[in-house]
Design a protein around this ligand. Sequence first.
Ligand code: 1CP
Length: 355
Amino acid sequence: MTVLKNDRYLKALLREPVDMTPIWMMRQAGRYLPEYKATRALAGDFMSLCRNAELACEVTLQPLRRYELDAAILFSDILTIPDAMGLGLSFGAGEGPKFAYPVDSQRAVQNLPIPDPEDELQYVMNAVRVIRRELKGDVPLIGFSGSPWTLATYMVEGGSSKSFTKIKKMLYSEPHLLHQLLDKLAESVILYLNAQIKAGSQAVMIFDTWGGVLGHREYKDFSLQYMHKIVANLVRENEGRKVPVTLFTKGGGGWLEAIAATGCDAVGLDWTVNLSEAKRRIGNKVALQGNLDPSVLYASPEYIKMEVKKILSDFGQGSGHIFNLGHGIHQDVPVQNPKILVDAVHQYSKAYHQQ
Ligand code: 1CP
């Protein structure tokens, strides 16, 4: 078993006792950090940064140098899989992702290959290996993937969307075709996450950023079912330790019981859910991750601390909580504010972990 200097995050995911509540921040490496902007400029475009293992490692470690975070997350993107399937991903300056060849027909779905993680996606595994080496056992490394549904939204819409009209049209007019696409994506995600675990990721997380735009029946059929299949097919142990799995559906507050029943170790929550209610509904089965509104990082130090106290008190005594934002950090938050957040979580949570 690799000895970790700080394994609070892994312990909390398995609801084992900890000295304080661990914290990391979704999208903790990114444009709110001046050093990130400098490294990204060095790499050129965003995908070149992801493809360069040394630079991807550098940006992964940047937030850990500033803040006492309890986990590192692989610097990459959820759209690496559709890119490896040949859809031609690009990020224009200051724009969201775009695909040159969106999935718009039966033929397009049939022609999609299932990427080999140690071939087309080897650059991701290389980044995992370099980051593990450079972390030197300080904190665990989180690997990740998008959920099949969330990946499909980008592939069918051709990029980001607000209304999701193309994929919803496919859902309601050609459901079998969408299921074929989701099946291929689930298979690809299983291979991808298992390869990340083999390469050294000590926990994995599935981002279902757009699950919340689905109707309640459609969520179970078109998103949750496929995440369930992924969870069931992951290699959940490596280096003599359990590899915990976190599922995060943004806007998934209505489905917490069903998400927890997939066999995952933790459920990620956005800020629309009260942690104490979530704990009452599912808290003894799985750990909970969340759930500060990322916009609180615009507030004063006093306000940030007050919000931390409320969330810690919502969860209450004992292990099983991983503090996080309810979604990714905003690009323009003052760089000193995450330090206030991280230190407050550690300081105020000690009282909840006295045995
Ligand atoms: O210009 C830049 O520097 C690119 C901005 C950027 C960054 C920093 C993108 C493009 N991706 C990333 C990194 C990233 N993406 C990480 C890195 C690790 C970390 O957390 O520090 C992770 C985990 C992601 C995951 C991701 N990408 C998600 C799921 C999580 C979430 O925030 O909802 C999604 C939806 C994406 C798509 C994506 N990639 C990039 C952008 C700007 C977007 C969002 C587009 C949209 O809003 O639809």
